[in-house]
Ligand binder design. Structure first.
Ligand code: SF4
Ligand code: SF4
Length: 404
């Protein structure tokens, strides 16, 4: 039964100091414990789905810091998805992903055309003026988060290494791959090729489904999952997903699509950093000039997948690279999927101390493994006039290998 697991909460309050939104407002309704009580009251009919209750539930970042430390094992992330699905049943005015954004969430010809249009717009010079003109609305906020330029989408299909391949991997491009992650995907592909792997980038991939699921639309999320299973169907090939947010969702296909297909697929999903740590990295020639990088750990990597150790260990294997965990890594940066667009003030308040930490440290790069965090950081650094790139681990490593 939906929301049944709210009963596992013993109301101890141990999660409260770990909740970023409670830290901002100090209101019980913006804490994990308070949100659980509100969901219970909503499900039991004691409270209506009014604007006040909705705002408390919508304010949740989904960072799952509460879930990571809860002694009772309350599955907060799943409960919040169920709570928002209940809100969707009770209120007709629940937001959906804008139809305008949908083409960008596809990896096929339509998605690539939409990404190319977006890149042309970013280069056009209209970008800054239009963002400022639309300053207050959601569209203006979304446009202000776009970086001024972006690398083109990488071609799909099978990419072969020189010599006899050691194996084959599939690369998950998801919904943001064509529009925002051309550089990150190209670096990952080139690293894997240099290490002797065939890299397949299958067409027909879709968004992982996280955006829909966290908005309470499980049916739309299942449709995304079904399309991805069809696209990435080759049964023995590891599926490498760069973004920790997407990877979390791909792992959760086991729950989203119960049955063998979802579970088998989830078992194939790999973290690029963990995969690279198993390879013969000594075969690469790496530039060992000294450099400091600040590592921002996305919430999904830290609180859900708990794979951040692999990212840090991989970067620490690089001669010359000093790896510093960015101050405040225990807290969400505020990006949180579409939260940085729907809740700009909270998102900026959570990001501000991290931007100041970057300013104090002055690293050569900020490294993160999630596109939402990356876009939010890039916008924050631009606004603070700090010229430091934000890159993925693959882009950093490939820049040292290729000398770019
Ligand atoms: S969610 Fe967990 S940590 Fe938070 S109040 Fe409930 S039982 Fe305690
Ligand atoms: S998921 Fe994050 S923002 Fe939401 S209640 Fe838990 S700690 Fe707070």
């Amino acid at each position: 039964m939906p929301l049944e697991d709210t009963d596992r909460c013993v109301m101890c309050g141990l999660c409260l100091p770990h909740c970023p939104t409670y830290g901002l407002t100090r209101q019980e309704g913006d804490s994990p414990r308070g949100r659980i009580s509100l969901m219970q009251a909503l499900a039991g009919g004691q409270l209506p789905a009014d604007d006040r209750l909705t705002a408390h539930l919508d304010g949740c970042l989904g960072c799952r810091a509460c879930e990571a430390m809860c002694p009772s094992g309350v599955p907060f992330g799943r409960l919040m998805d169920e709570g928002r699905a209940l809100l969707r049943e009770m209120r007709e005015d629940r937001p959906k992903l804008p139809a305008l954004a949908r083409p960008l969430l596809r990896s096929d010809r339509i998605g690539r055309s939409a990404a190319a249009l977006l890149h042309a717009y970013q280069r056009s010079g209209v970008h800054g003026t239009l963002s400022r003109a639309l300053d207050r609305g959601r569209l203006g906020r979304a446009l202000s988060l776009l970086p001024p330029g972006a690398a083109p989408a990488i071609p799909g299909g099978l990419h072969r290494p020189a010599g006899t391949p050691r194996g084959r991997v599939s690369l998950f491009t998801g919904c943001t791959g064509a529009a925002f992650e051309g550089g990150a995907l190209a670096a990952a592909r080139d690293l894997l090729l240099a290490l002797g792997h065939e890299v397949d980038i299958p067409g027909g991939q879709d968004c992982c489904g996280a955006l829909d699921l966290h908005a309470g639309d499980a049916a739309a999320a299942r449709a995304c999952a079904t399309r991805n299973l069809a696209a990435l169907g080759a049964p023995d090939t590891p599926v490498i997903a760069l973004n920790s947010g997407c990877r979390t969702q791909l792992h959760e296909y086991a729950q989203l699509l119960p049955g063998e297909a979802g579970g088998t697929f989830a078992d194939r999903v790999r973290d690029l950093c963990g995969f690279l740590l198993e390879q013969d990295l000594e075969s690469l020639t790496v530039d060992s000039r000294p450099a400091t990088v600040a590592v921002h750990l996305p919430c999904t990597l830290r609180n859900v997948l708990r794979e951040h150790g692999a990212m840090l260990a991989l970067l620490r294997r690089l001669p010359g690279t000093e790896v510093v965990e960015l101050e405040g890594n225990a807290y969400c940066c505020g990006a949180a999927g579409t939260h940085m667009i729907s809740h700009p003030q909270a998102a900026d308040a959570l990001l501000a101390p991290k931007i100041e930490a970057v300013r104090r440290l002055g690293p050569q790069a900020v490294i993160t493994a999630n596109i939402g965090c990356s876009l939010h950081f890039q916008a924050g650094l631009r606004q603070a006039d700090i010229d430091i790139p934000v890159v993925t681990p693959a882009e950093w490593i490939w820049s040292l290998v290729s000398g770019q």
